[in-house]
Design a protein around this ligand. Structure first.
Ligand code: ZN
Ligand code: ZN
Length: 151
């Protein structure tokens, strides 16, 4: 009885190990990608994330980073914002917040406590089901306003 149990355990272990191996590597890469985005509030691009991830996982490719970004996005762990530079920027802060995009330096700044508008009263939205409301402000950040004053 004991022998049989042991055998079953060994088989399960080996089977699991073989099957889980690529997934384990995947999960590790995804974790590093996720932690990298989480470590900053600067809403980085995939290139920036790739450079940081590469310091920890030297063999990682840009394609792998993109793939993991896609999965993280699908899982709802990161948000994607399109900046003034027309590139995708990533945000691991998925709490409700809006963004201010500076037209001078392209930086993306988090804006808290923005009241969402009541779309139910909007006549052009009749029949449409709103799933998400995104608020993006644009203008000049304090640094860029300072530059304009000095110039
Ligand atoms: Zn600026
Ligand atoms: Zn943000």
């Amino acid at each position: 009885m004991v022998i049989i149990l042991k055998k079953v355990q060994v088989q399960l272990h080996t089977g699991g190990f073989m099957k889980d191996r690529p997934r384990t590597r995947d999960t590790k890469q995804r974790r590093v990608v996720y932690d990298t985005i989480k470590s900053t509030h600067s809403h980085p691009t995939a290139d920036w994330i790739f450079e940081k991830v590469r310091r920890q996982l030297p063999k990682v490719s840009l394609g792998t980073v993109y793939r993991n970004l896609g999965v993280l996005k699908e899982e709802g762990l990161v948000r994607e914002i399109y900046g003034n530079d027309r590139r995708a920027h990533f945000d691991a802060d998925i709490s409700k917040h809006a963004h201010f995009i500076c037209s001078g330096c392209d930086q993306i700044i988090d804006v808290r406590d923005v009241k969402s508008i009541d779309w139910r009263t909007m006549k052009d939205l009749v029949g449409c089901e709103v799933e998400e409301q995104t608020v993006v402000f644009s203008g000049r950040c304090p640094g860029c306003r300072q530059d304009t004053k000095q110039a």
